[in-house]
Design a binder for this molecule. Structure first.
Ligand code: IVH
Length: 752
């Protein structure tokens, strides 16, 4: 945001121009936050925009209107989900930032209610968790619908997803304490993710080559708003209840009583909460929670104060979009100033160079931070961050510390603009900027090691951040001669979805590598033989116990036999993530067949490096590209691997040490449809299209999208159209849904 001018010095024209700019900006950021789950600015920066807009409208009342963001909340629901109209609107909260705002809040309530100074006025204070709000409707104690806030009037129907959240009862326990469960009850609260669950999720996502989230709030939103509820089910979502919507009978006469009832009905509340009587007590609470903030298991962005008596809440009522009886007291983003001592460069598995800020250690929100991510070359230039600068480090909701800006006035006279290295710091090879980056490299691109020493990441483990946009990554071209890439590749080789060798984690691998004990994958499997007589030596040199070394050798032995898909994935070829590796294994079945085919395809490609049509490159290459979901880009990354003599030799040395199992197609033995091509058309009754497809594929059938002479079966549901007609014309075997089900369950024999 540009420097802000004092509002009372603005001309009406300037005010109007700034208003328009702010409205556009806020609308943009709301869409990013609520619909895309991908905010570009911190919550604190967003709040500042809203605050400025409100101040402008206060001073120039003609600017305000029904369409101003000050009069609306959130953003309209995203496409893809059904819509739900909220019977009671889902509103937002006003914000307090300074102590004075809190005393004003209490005073204005007293004024509104015409209470004298002696009259008691209680508040419930509770943490404000940074997640996304949800309304869950129960009828006769059964969960019937759940919706996101959306724009406050209409949200998204996420019922199926919400049913998978453990914290949310599907049926309410009641009658409780003699009272029945209300016939209609809309429970409202926040869906969120704990920090440790968030970190574990991101780690797993990165390993799978899938999206990593910037912070727990985005992870929660992204997980809840999945069109496939089974994905939500696998995510560690939690819920706490803080209020209610439509009710057939009151839950109590006060906020605290109602909270108690919600707890009895089986909901988790926002805790620790406290009943407070004065502004001073509210501020005490605010400070007490603030002191615990860094150690709470979840991210909070403030605390909420609510008038306790519901009759008073009723009298106080609402402004356009916020209640008068409650407010949020926000904490400042956790920021601190420190000195940038150096910028170091980390080299990832595929050679990506990531700049890391080495800081004079500083406490940010209770956590010691000595390193922070600088994301990439462009980011350093944009922020003009220089070594020697005093910089602002931030840990807002985001767990990964980052550099917000440098303080220009404190810059040493001799500080020079940072020059991003053009050569790899680990091996000296040329580093070039690449243009196309794929998600399966997300993990390494912005990995900052051991950025903090507190709760978030065990020392030495990488902290992942979201993938950077295309085109900003500079990459070492050293390939195998680069020791940094070599060790990262080894770490990948033994990771969970690859060889998964217990006891050979990141730190040990680095140690073995630096000692020269393990230089390439094959060395892992000869380690014991080479070190056998010297077990004692390895014990003294590594500092590991004898037991632990023996355990490690046993773990390595257990992995001497491995599946083809794991082997392919473990090689760490660019763009070949878990899913691609499986596709390849499923197609080539044996390691010999795969290896020969790849070498042949690489030769073909080397002779025709620019040809765009795979058929014209050669047979083996075309076969590879014909595998569904494998495009020329992925194929060429594989070719790049197999073209190199040292890669082929490395693979041979590894294969001499291990046994690779033939890929087992998932349980297709005895399947009547193995190898058959099936087309589904029309509406199926007993299962959805994706379920039908998954089932057929699991039985070894190939599911095609269109009918041709090669189609074996056309399964026709209700309202089938042109595909069924075409099938009849071609004289193909047409099955009803029931006939298909009978066929795959073995009830009937395959039709001729
Ligand atoms: S009470 C009438 N209590 O913060 C609105 N909200 O910034 C009543 N939030 O939309 C909301 N923790 O999504 C309330 N303990 C808490 C909360 C909380 C988080 C969220 C909620 C709300 C937003 C407002």
């Amino acid at each position: 945001m540009a420097a802000t001018q004092a509002i009372d010095t603005l001309t009406p024209e300037d005010a109007q121009a700034e208003h328009a700019r702010l409205v556009a900006e806020i609308t943009h950021h709301r869409a990013l936050y609520y619909q895309k789950d991908a905010p570009e600015i911190s919550d604190a920066a967003y709040d500042a925009l809203e605050k400025r807009l409100a101040a402008l409208e206060k001073h120039f009342p003609t600017l305000a209107g029904a369409h101003s963001p000050t009069a609306t909340v959130g953003a309209a629901p995203a496409a893809g989900f059904g819509k739900v109209k909220h019977r009671v609107p889902m509103l937002s909260l006003g914000n307090a930032f300074e102590d004075e705002d809190v005393t004003d809040f209490v005073a204005s309530i007293r004024r509104f209610l015409v209470l004298d100074d002696e009259a008691p006025l209680d508040f419930v204070a509770e943490p404000k968790i940074d997640g996304l709000s949800l309304s869950i409707r129960y009828e006769d104690g059964r969960l019937v619908q759940a919706a996101t806030r959306g724009d406050g009037a209409e949200g998204e129907d996420v019922t199926a997803n919400v049913r998978t959240i453990d914290d949310i009862p599907n049926t309410l326990t009641g009658p409780v304490s003699g009272k029945g469960t209300p016939a209609v009850l809309e429970v409202r609260g926040e869906v969120y993710m704990r920090r440790e669950d968030f970190l574990a999720l991101n780690k797993a996502q990165a390993e799978k080559g899938e999206k990593v989230f910037a912070n727990p709030r985005n992870a929660a939103a992204g997980s809840l708003r999945q069109l496939d509820a089974s994905i939500t089910a696998g995510r560690p979502l939690r819920f706490f209840a803080y209020t209610w919507g439509e009710l057939s009978e009151p839950l109590g006469t006060t906020q605290s009583e109602s909270r108690q009832r919600l707890a009895e009905l089986g909901f988790t509340l926002s805790e620790p909460s406290r009943l407070c009587r004065t502004a001073e007590e509210l501020l005490d609470y605010y400070r007490a929670i603030g002191a615990q903030r860094a150690t709470l298991p979840f991210d909070i962005d403030g605390v909420v104060y609510k008038v306790d008596r519901l009759d008073l809440q009723e009298r106080l009522g609402f402004r356009t979009r916020t209640p008068r009886w409650a407010t949020a007291h926000k904490y400042p983003a956790e920021q601190a100033q420190t000195i940038l001592k150096a910028i170091s460069i980390q080299v990832g598995r595929t050679g990506a160079l990531t700049p890391v800020a080495e800081l004079e250690p500083i406490t940010v929100g209770g956590v010691v931070v000595s390193r922070a991510t600088l994301h990439n070359e462009d980011e350093i230039r944009r922020k003009d961050v220089r070594v020697g600068d005093t910089v602002i480090v931030q840990r807002a909701g985001d767990v990964i510390p980052q550099i917000v800006s440098s303080v220009a006035s404190l810059r040493p006279a001799d500080a020079k603009p940072y020059e991003f290295p053009t050569h790899c710091p680990a091996c000296g090879s040329l580093a070039v900027r690449s243009t196309a980056e794929k998600a399966d490299m997300a993990a390494e691109m912005a990995a900052v090691e051991g950025g903090t020493d507190a709760a978030e990441a065990p020392p030495g483990e990488s902290i992942e951040t979201a993938a950077e946009p295309d085109g900003v990554v500079r990459r070492c071209t050293g390939g195998l001669i680069c020791p940094a890439q070599a060790v990262e590749r080894l770490i990948h080789f033994t990771s969970r979805l690859a060889f998964d060798i217990e006891g050979l984690g990141i730190e040990r691998m680095r140690l073995f590598f630096s000692q020269g004990r393990i230089r390439e994958p094959a060395d892992i499997f000869t380690l014991e033989k080479r070190e056998d007589e010297r077990l004692d030596r390895i014990v003294t040199m590594t500092g590991f116990g004898k037991k632990s070394v023996e355990k490690l050798f046993a773990a390595i032995e257990a992995r001497r036999t491995i599946g083809l898909d794991r082997l392919i994935y473990a090689l760490g070829i660019r763009q070949v993530g878990e899913a691609t590796a499986k596709l390849l294994a499923r197609h080539y079945l044996t390691v010999d067949h795969w290896q020969e085919s790849m070498i042949k395809a690489a030769q073909e490609r080397a002779a025709q490096p620019t040809e765009r049509k795979p058929e014209l490159v050669g047979e083996a290459y075309a076969e590879l590209c014909a595998i569904e979901q494998i495009g020329v880009g992925v194929a060429d990354d594989m070719m790049a691997f197999f073209r190199e003599e040292h890669n082929r030799a490395l693979l041979d040395r590894l294969l001499a040490q291990i046994t690779v199992e033939t890929y087992q197609r998932p349980s297709t033995t005895g399947s009547p449809v193995v190898g058959k091509t099936v087309v589904f058309t029309g509406t199926l009754e007993t299962m959805g299209r994706s379920e039908a497809k998954a089932k057929a594929e699991s039985l070894g059938a190939k599911v095609a999208g269109s009918v041709s002479a090669k189609t074996d079966y056309v399964v026709v549901g209700a309202d089938a159209g042109s595909k069924a007609t075409k099938a009849r014309e071609l004289g193909l075997t047409i099955l009803t849904e029931q006939e298909w089900v009978d066929l795959i369950s073995g009830k009937t024999a395959a039709p001729e």
